[in-house]
Design a protein around this ligand. Structure first.
Ligand code: 0RQ
Length: 507
């Protein structure tokens, strides 16, 4: 508990969450730590939400803007959205209540590449940050902050905000000290230097972040776990997707295009991504490395099974069981996991240098390989782009994985034209569904369309896609260009049909 604050002067700043929330005023811009359900403050958001509700009951205005690392949890994003305490949110979320607020037009949301967040904070595009609210494991004798299970944008939050509120969470293993690698020298051009990471596990910074005690408004003691969502046991579809990714990587090793230990792996969030990692447990590769943003159960188990040597991430996002395994084995894991600021975990320069293999999930892809990972039917925000774009454009390999249909078959994940573009045909290299895989490297749009339709689409939609493509080829000839054939008025009609009838198939 309070012994986690080893700096004597800072112990005097301890107070309750309700007392600390009094520093937060209507209209403020907050930088709040948190990344995929890890490292977010546990007590302050509820105290701020209560303050907002009390103000609203009196007919007063009370909302704040909030920039995090990525998604948080019901007791952070959820309570604030529920209290209608947010007017702005960036850069990534996955909370149902917040999502509804965004889609109802109540909360302005900027969805952006995670690697861009810290530099935009530094440049001042978000305006001034009044207060940073940061979760930490401990504060050292000389006043250094040891972050929690995730760093995200925490370093920039602390440096950039006028004032600081720290939550020290006693539920966190003290063994986390030593896992973080704080490198905060990215700066702004024209004064940038190369980031000196040449191997995925290179340590280039310090374990803690020095803070200015005068900036600290309050320290709040908490004792509760992270979001710790459970993963579903990989189902048949996920297993089939995972098996194809692994077979393909094996094929690349045999063809001499990848080393036997592969290249550093990045894996996105969700069950399919986790299934790929689980599949690697029995795959013929050894000494794997991870260079990712979120480290989930699958990667942890690869490290514990000694299939993976080391992993670098910005956050640890575990199920309750995996968290127990992590805490039990923390001494073994200490020199095998590094946590970095997200500006480093997602840095294009580093990802390109290391040759990271990126694997992310999508909502839909079109027949040419453009990918939508954020919007349902073109207009409804799901979660956000997160780090998927950082790894897709800059990775050595970039995979997009998804079941070939959604909502019981009423939606095809392969469509004539994506209803929103996140990753373009120029970035995406492989599309994998349970039906098969399309290797798009070195292929023209028309060659890609054949592969994606024949290999990846669901049989219920394959003839519809073939028919669209054949007619588009003829019509585009008349329109004067068949490089990327389309029927412009029909390209998004599948989505429109779903909006009107609840099914993309023609009844
Ligand atoms: O909705 O739960 O209401 O049924 O989307 O779909 O198949 O469970 O897959 O959990 O992996 O999520 C792209 C959303 C996939 C996610 C996305 C509906 C489907 C279901 C979830 P229901 P699944 P996943 C690392 C990298 C972007 C950010 C990213 C995501 C729900 O992976 O947000 O990759 N990615 N970041 O029914 C309508 C379709 C659909 C669809 C799926 N075509 N149309 N609904 N769904 N396909 C993390 C960070 O960067 C922080």
């Amino acid at each position: 508990s309070i012994d986690r604050i080893k700096h004597a002067g800072l112990r005097e700043k301890v107070m309750s969450a309700d007392e600390a929330a009094q520093f937060v005023q209507n209209g403020m811009m907050l930088a709040i730590t948190g990344f995929t359900g890890a490292g977010y403050p546990k007590a302050l958001p509820t105290a701020i939400a209560n303050k907002a509700k009390a103000a609203h009951e009196k007919g007063e205005k009370f909302t704040v803007g909030m920039v995090t690392g990525a998604s948080t949890a019901p007791e952070c994003d959820g309570v604030l959205a529920e209290a209608k305490a947010l007017h702005f949110r960036s850069p990534f979320q996955s909370d149902p209540t917040l999502r509804n607020g965004i889609n109802a037009g109540e909360i302005a949301y900027q969805d952006m590449h995670l690697s861009h967040v810290e530099q935009q904070m530094r440049q001042g595009f978000y305006g001034k940050f009044d207060i940073a609210i940061v979760e930490a494991t401990t504060i050292t004798e000389n006043g250094e902050l040891i972050f929690a299970m995730g760093i995200g944008h925490g370093v920039e939050a602390v440096k950039n905000a006028d004032k600081l509120i720290i939550e020290i969470n006693a539920a966190l293993s003290p063994g986390l000290e030593g896992m973080h690698d704080i490198y905060g020298d990215v700066g702004l051009p024209p004064h940038r230097k190369p980031i000196p990471i040449v191997g995925a596990f290179d340590r280039v910074g310090t374990p803690g972040l020095a803070i200015d005690p005068d900036k600290v408004l309050a320290i709040v003691m908490t004792d509760s776990g992270d979001r710790n969502s459970k993963f579903a046991e990989p189902d048949d579809v996920s297993k089939r997707i995972a098996a194809q990714v692994i077979d393909f990587l094996d094929h690349e090793v045999k063809a001499g295009r990848l080393p036997k230990s592969l290249l550093p792996l990045q894996s996105g969030v969700g069950n399919v991504a986790n299934a790929v990692m689980a599949g690697l447990l029995d795959a013929p590769f050894d000494d794997l490395e991870g260079y990712t943003e979120v480290l989930q159960d699958g990667m942890l188990d690869l490290i514990l099974a000694k299939k993976m040597k080391t992993a670098s991430a910005t956050a640890l996002s575990f199920s309750p069981d995996a968290l127990a395994r992590f805490n039990e084995n923390i001494e073994f894991l200490k020199d095998k996991i590094i946590l970095r600021p997200m500006e480093i975990s997602n840095n294009p320069e580093v990802i390109r240098r290391l040759g990271v293999i990126g694997m992310n999930s999508m909502i839909e892809a079109d027949i040419y390989g453009n990918v939508n990972s954020t919007h349902v039917m073109g207009t409804r925000m799901m979660n956000g782009i997160g780090g998927s774009g950082d790894f897709t454009r800059n990775g050595f390999f970039s995979f997009y994985v998804s079941p070939s249909t959604a909502k019981g078959g009423a939606i095809s994940a392969i469509v004539p034209m994506v209803s929103h573009h996140d990753h373009t045909e120029h970035d995406v290299m492989f599309i994998v569904t349970e039906q098969g895989m399309a290797d798009l490297r070195g292929k023209s749009p028309k060659e890609r369309a054949k592969l994606i339709i024949e290999n990846c689409s669901h049989p219920d939609y394959r003839d519809m896609l073939r028919d669209y493509y054949d007619r588009a080829l003829v019509a585009s000839q008349k329109a004067g260009g068949i490089h990327t054939p389309h029927l412009l008025l029909e390209a998004l009609s599948w989505h429109q049909r779903f909006v009107e009838t609840g099914d993309m198939r023609i009844k």
